[in-house]
Design a protein around this ligand. Structure first.
Ligand code: SAH
Length: 187
């Protein structure tokens, strides 16, 4: 995390707060995630040099940059084309070239490059979207906030030999995953 300049990913108005441990607005009603939560999610995803990573909710591209630094390749899905384009520009300026950003509904995953060793979801869902669970590799790890509007629980869902194992990581509060597979409307 120390190698990724967070100020690159925030609006110039927020430069002074870039290293505060809190979320900040990034436009389109969305936020760059709190650094503590980014760290917790990344640690839980246990990304290795050869990992193929799917990220849902590119947002500013900050977490994408960290995932790309640790893994082999990151496919990152964002529903707002404007945010996706800005994130692409920032990653290009930092010379990060192992990221594919795709505009669309991330709750449907990205079957073209599946299965993934880690799937990191930065928006809240009522339950794990089936397409994401389906796109987990054996021993793959899905990190996702589950719950409702006011409070969610950050969960780690791991595909073991025959079943899925769930672990609660922390209470949290994310923007909604806007999708027929999650919350049909933004809040
Ligand atoms: N980790 C990001 C924060 C992303 S905020 C960062 O550090 O900047 C969550 C993002 O999820 C928002 O950009 C929002 O537009 C996006 N999002 C919400 N629903 C989505 C969906 N169904 N598919 C893809 N992206 C979605």
């Amino acid at each position: 995390m120390a190698r990724i300049p967070r100020e690159t990913f925030v609006d110039p108005r927020h430069t002074n707060d870039a290293y505060a441990d809190g979320p900040l607005c990034i436009g389109c009603g969305q936020t760059i995630s709190q650094p503590y939560i980014v760290a917790l999610m990344t640690e839980a995803a246990r990304i290795r040099r050869r990992s193929r990573v799917l990220e849902v909710g590119t947002g500013s591209g900050y977490h994408t940059a960290i995932l790309a630094h640790l893994g082999h390749h990151v496919w990152s899905l964002e529903r707002h084309a404007a945010l996706a384009q800005q994130a692409r520009g920032r990653l290009d300026r930092l010379g990060i070239d192992n990221v594919t950003i795709v505009v669309g509904d991330g709750a449907a995953g990205h079957p073209d490059a599946a299965p993934y060793d880690a799937i990191v979801v930065a928006a809240a869902a009522p339950k794990p979207p089936a397409p994401l669970v389906d796109q987990l590799a054996p021993h793959g790890r899905l990190v996702i906030p589950l719950g409702h509007r006011d409070l969610q629980h950050l969960m780690l869902i791991e595909r073991t030999d025959k079943r899925l194992r769930e672990r609660h990581l922390s209470p949290c509060r994310f923007v909604p995953l806007v999708s027929p597979h999650a919350f049909p409307e933004a809040w």
